[in-house]
Design a protein around this ligand. Structure first.
Ligand code: SAM
Length: 287
């Protein structure tokens, strides 16, 4: 049992620092990540019923998804506002927007629990793999709902529960065992908090969304070797790096070696690794 108590403000400050530190790694790996994630981006935009000229909000955009995908859909007559609390991650999102030649995206460095857009600002709101980082999901959902036009849709994706997300559950299982980590204190968000059966659906309904729809899909990551997978995770996985980084250098090397070995167990006969990660997509409408 964990004896620590959870402080949302210090957790959020820690998140900001961890993701700022991970930004360079996301710049390096964004093509790998987004090649695998594009089908999820497309489905989020599809479920949100985003059309040309729409006004769209992307909450917790990270390096700019699904904001970039939505911006291509809404076209020059539409507008996308992309928010995140990490200025480091937003800097990469800005680079990606420029790389795609888009000029219909604006950015705001904002805590997702402190959104304050005027009532009915957006036709649709999207959020990919972001809500589970928030201590108060209900506060964010209620502001998101308010920011929508009547009949506007909010669509999000969250990760499923271990073992269906090996990308994260392989290292987390090994680190929990090897470092004898205490469970997080009650109330602390984890990558899997919203993956429990019915959790995100209930949160939508509690926030007043109607026509709530849930489905799942797979994001398949491909790696040539176990080491290529661990390099990817060292670059992008801020919460996992935070667990390893406090260890002596030799121990860090040993832990990443164990993680590479475990990933290799998923190799096919040619030796490459295909890693399907299950994500839950939820859509709801403002009445
Ligand atoms: C791995 S990214 C995921 C988000 C992105 N949409 C994606 O799918 O790649 C995690 C992001 O959550 C952001 N984040 C964590 N807590 C946040 C908060 N309270 N408000 C806004 N952004 C937050 C981090 O800054 C980081 O950019």
């Amino acid at each position: 049992m964990s004896t620590q108590s959870f402080n949302p403000d210090s957790y959020k400050n820690g998140q900001e620092q961890e993701w700022d530190a991970a930004a360079a790694g996301w710049r390096k790996q964004w093509a790998v990540f987004e090649t695998s994630a594009q089908s999820v981006n497309d489905r989020l935009v599809d479920l949100a019923e985003i059309k040309p000229e729409d006004r769209v909000l992307d909450v917790v955009t990270g390096i700019g998804e699904p904001a970039v995908t939505a911006a291509k859909f809404v076209g020059a007559g539409g507008r996308v506002v992309a928010t995140d609390q990490s200025t480091g991650m937003l800097a990469i999102a800005k680079e990606r927007v420029a790389e795609f030649g888009l000029n219909n995206v604006e950015f705001q460095a904002t805590d997702a629990e402190a959104l304050d857009f005027p009532e009915g600002s957006f036709d649709a709101v999207v959020c990919r793999w972001g809500l589970m980082f928030l201590p108060d999901v209900g506060a964010a959902l209620s502001e998101i709902r308010k920011s929508l036009f009547p009949r506007g849709k909010f669509v999000t994706s969250v990760w499923g529960l271990p073992p269906v997300v090996p990308m994260a559950s392989i290292p987390m299982g090994i680190l929990q065992r090897e470092l004898q980590l205490s469970p997080p204190p009650p109330g602390a968000p984890t990558l899997f908090t919203l993956g429990a059966p019915g959790a995100i659906e209930s949160a939508f309904k509690d926030a007043g969304f109607v026509d709530v729809h849930v489905e799942s899909m797979s994001m398949v990551l491909q790696f040539a070797t176990g080491e290529e997978y661990t390099e990817f995770m060292r670059d992008i996985a801020a919460p996992i790096n935070a667990m390893v980084n406090g260890q002596p250098q030799d121990r860090q090397t040993e832990l990443w070696g164990m993680i590479a070995d475990a990933a290799r167990e998923l190799s096919n006969s040619g030796g490459s690794i295909s890693m399907p990660n299950e994500t839950i997509l939820v859509a709801g409408r403002r009445e």
